[in-house]
Design a protein around this ligand. Sequence first.
Ligand SMILES: [Zn+2]
Length: 216
Amino acid sequence: MVAARLAAFDMDGTLIDGRLVFALAERFDLALKVREIQASGKPGSHQTKDIAELFAGLTEKDMESAIRSIPLTKNCERVITSLRKKNYRIGIISDSYTIAAGFIADRLGLDFVAANELEIVDGKLTGRVEMPLGWEKIGCFCKISVCKRYHLEKYARGFGVPIEDTIAVGDTKSDICMIQRASTGVAFMPKDEQIANATDKVVKEPDLLRVLDFVS
Ligand SMILES: [Zn+2]
């Protein structure tokens, strides 16, 4: 039996072919407001707070149907099965929400999830959000709601996997700190220049199977 290794995936645009926040915003006519917040130039964790406030009053059911409406990325399940056979512990590190990431993790049978937790009272979102952060503990530059590097290190440690045996996959600049820390950091269908320039392992085809080209 080979020693356990660890694979961390971003969710939006990486495991799923879409973005939850945009799917919600489209459904509830908040797209303009979401874009305004994203263009505000505020640190990522502030934007996460502001966007969560927009969703106050939506129900758990609204969230579930929005996440169900987004398909998995091409060959996502095959990639998970293949990594599983190589004894990878596999999880999601996302600056989206646990309610959505948990749903995808259950569907794929994954081992861990790190994401923002939306407060729900009587089945409705209150607009408040619990952010795991982590950058303040390790001095990471990202300053987003879920520092992906911090959580990569945390789960690797938890599963007894040396950082040399980790892979991380993501598609935007919020994934850079994780991708640079993992032994193998892959930019999948990069959405911005920063992530495309952050690694020499780039997949430009909308097929998650290509990520395995970088996995021994
Ligand atoms: Zn970070």
